[in-house]
Write a protein that binds this ligand. Structure first.
Ligand SMILES: C[S@@+](CC[C@H](N)C(=O)[O-])C[C@H]1O[C@@H](n2cnc3c(N)ncnc32)[C@H](O)[C@@H]1O
Length: 641
């Protein structure tokens, strides 16, 4: 979707656009101050060229179009081009940080601010709740909720926004000029075959630098060239080279350039087309926009926006799909320590974190369970949507984290909330019969790499067995704890801030198979991509299409997943009698039977699976005192199929 169309739908400028606008403002200022006119002109020209190069580069990556460079016959990229478009993410990131210096200082000074706390494994969990994000493009058809003010009114109160909009118009015009320039330069012409891969047995030219470090500029160019080849293999691949050689080189370059382990790079790469994968990896190099959620228990978004604008905060509504979110562009005050923040009128919360609660759609006077609630970003939203009526049970297994949960609940004046500290796999043994349950599950954090770069190297194959395993148990517990007779509810929402199929569609599909008394229903969310119904040879129930996926490169939000279930009947047997240990054992056995515990999710081995199932049947028969030799195992297996 084009930039113009995106803006029409109310999507706020991306961080890069915002930075570009800011840069222009600064350029103008320094122009005034500067005495040397010639230096000034030079800088401007070079900025313009850099911008053009960057835009050109972005466009090339986005559309997989042919580059200007590629016009030459038998292109050899062993020499790095001089005008290589380079995005300096460090600079971008530093610039962003400087915008909110006060905020980060404050965070350090004030570690008790709950929604900003991070811990190790649970860091990832935390991120889930404070993931900032902006908004999405295409599918905003109508706002999810009506409020007492329209977006227009908010925009009116923020005079600074008018300035921002006029900047956006300037940017649009500039974009059109750039596109015209591109056309003149003929960047879209057909490309001949290129020698991109190092010749067999020869040293990688990327490692031939004086200081021994790899040449990242060269690697970046090679990545883009390989993507082009992969997307038009027949015409562009070098003779005698196969697809997997290009893919192997590309993944190796992704590891060198972006700093992922080969294991994770490959897993993430497999989710997308080659060009989209690069977009995803690049989006993970920058933070998502800062967003806040209005606490409607204490104020309206219009009043909050007015108060913050008066303090020198430049903001605007996130987009038409939320009536409570605001995106902060710039602030003269620390956004995490304003009187409005301290009095609970808003919470710093990633826009993606609004989505599961919107899907849950809690109603007044209901009984709702937030199974994994700390530090409470979603609990407090649930409470606000219920207008402090009914009862919200906010549970988290990590006692330390319940402190921040409690602090947020108090700060945001949620008076209908009870905090508890159980392993959620123990539900419904502890208490059941809820109208709605939110399971914002602990996950690998692969959707929030922009915020936590350590995920790039921290995740091991074992994580993608253990985490989904826990997620499955938690989801079954959630299903069993909901009242299928609830008047308007009987709803379970499952969400993660992971983009991995193992933690999302696979978990949902497992629950559908294990609990025929639930079905997937529409999330009601107007944005997001449909969930996968198959992935690398594994097929899921066709209703899994109803789940929603969110990506940083598509929506400028953190990677997220949302699924909504409706419970239609009682659970098949009384799960309330069994505790965490038994559930763990059962889930592991079931997973083993189904071959779901495998080293590589993608390499599902049916034969091996059969053997495991046979072993399991034998074990179960022996447990029951039946001699397995007397049983036709093949027949039993067939029955199971
Ligand atoms: C994604 S975070 C939750 C974020 C929270 N929903 C929010 O919006 O602020 C996942 C949480 O799950 C908790 N957790 C992990 N294992 C759990 C379990 N077995 N039972 C309950 N909570 C668990 C972690 O302590 C962590 O706080």
């Amino acid at each position: 979707m084009g930039k113009r169309a995106r803006e029409k739908q109310g999507v706020p400028p991306s961080y890069e656009e915002f930075q570009a606008a800011k840069q222009r403002k600064e350029d103008k200022k320094s122009k005034k101050d500067s005495k040397s006119k010639s230096t000034e002109t030079e800088t401007k020209n070079s900025n313009k060229k850099q911008k053009f190069d960057n835009k050109k580069d972005q466009k090339k990556e986005k559309n997989g179009k042919k580059s200007k460079k590629s016009n030459s016959e038998d292109l050899d990229i062993t020499e790095a081009p001089k005008d290589l478009p380079e995005v300096n993410y460090e600079e971008l990131s530093a610039a962003r940080k400087s915008l909110f210096d006060d905020e980060s200082d404050e965070e350090e000074k004030n570690p008790t601010r709950p929604e900003d706390e991070f811990e190790t494994l649970d860091d990832l969990d935390d991120e889930f709740d404070i993931e900032d994000e902006a908004d999405e493009n295409d599918l905003h058809e109508k706002p999810m909720f009506s409020d007492d003010e329209s977006d227009d009114e908010i925009e009116k109160v923020n005079a600074a926004n008018m300035e921002e909009y006029s900047k956006q118009l300037d940017m649009e015009r500039e974009q059109e000029e750039l596109e015209a320039e591109e056309e003149l330069l003929g960047v879209n012409q057909v490309q001949p075959r290129a020698k991109i891969l190092p010749p067999p047995g020869e040293q990688d030219p990327a490692s031939e630098t004086k200081d021994g470090a790899k040449d990242l500029t060269f690697i970046r160019t090679r990545m883009l060239e390989i993507v082009k080849v992969l997307e038009n293999f027949k015409e562009l691949a070098e003779e005698g080279r196969n697809r997997s050689e290009y893919i192997d080189q590309l993944i190796s370059d992704i590891c060198d350039y972006f700093g992922y382990t080969p294991f994770l790079a490959e897993k993430l790469f497999n989710l997308f087309s080659p060009s989209e994968a690069i977009e995803f990896f690049e989006a993970n190099e920058i933070h998502r926009p800062i967003t806040i959620r209005t606490n409607t228990l204490l104020t309206t978004r219009r009043n909050l926006a007015q108060a913050l604008v008066n303090r020198g905060v430049n903001l605007q509504p996130i987009g038409p799909w939320t009536k409570v979110g605001l995106q902060v562009f710039d602030s003269q005050v620390p956004i995490g320590a304003t009187p409005e923040y301290l009095s609970g009128q808003y919470i710093l919360q990633a826009a993606s974190s609004f989505l599961p609660v919107m899907a849950l759609d809690p109603q007044e006077n209901e009984r709702v369970l937030d199974m994994a609630a700390a530090p409470g970003g979603k609990t407090t939203y649930i409470s606000a949507m219920m207008k402090n009526t009914g009862c919200v049970f906010a549970n988290d297994a990590n006692k330390a984290r319940t402190k921040s949960l409690i602090a947020n609940i108090h700060r945001l004046n949620c008076t209908n909330t009870i905090v508890c500290n159980y392993d959620a796999r123990e539900f419904p043994k502890i208490i059941g019969g809820f109208d709605r349950i939110l399971l914002d599950a602990p996950c690998s954090g692969t959707g929030v790499i922009g915020k936590d770069q350590s995920v790039k190297t921290n995740r091991s194959p074992k994580d993608f067995i253990d985490i989904p395993h826990l997620q499955k148990q938690l989801l079954l517990s959630a299903i069993d704890s909901v009242d299928h007779n609830s008047k308007n509810g009987g709803v379970i929402v499952y969400s993660t801030c992971s983009v991995m199929v193992e933690e999302n569609e696979s978990v949902v599909d497992y629950a559908l198979r294990k609990r025929p008394n639930v079905k997937l229903v529409d999330t009601g969310l107007t944005i997001g991509k449909d969930g996968f119904t198959s992935f690398r040879g594994k097929k899921f129930d066709s209703s899994v299409k109803l789940t929603k996926r969110y990506y940083p490169h598509v929506y400028n939000v953190d990677g997220f997943f949302v699924a909504k279930f409706q419970k239609t009947g009682p659970s098949p047997f009384d799960k309330s009698k069994i505790g965490a240990y038994e559930k763990e054992k059962m889930a592991r056995e079931e997973a083993l039977k189904e071959g779901l515990i495998a080293d590589d999710f993608a390499n599902f081995d049916a034969e091996e699976d059969k053997e495991i199932m046979k072993e399991n049947i034998v074990k179960n028969l022996e447990k029951k005192g039946i001699d397995p030799r007397k049983i036709d195992l093949e027949k039993k297996l067939e029955k199971k199929d």
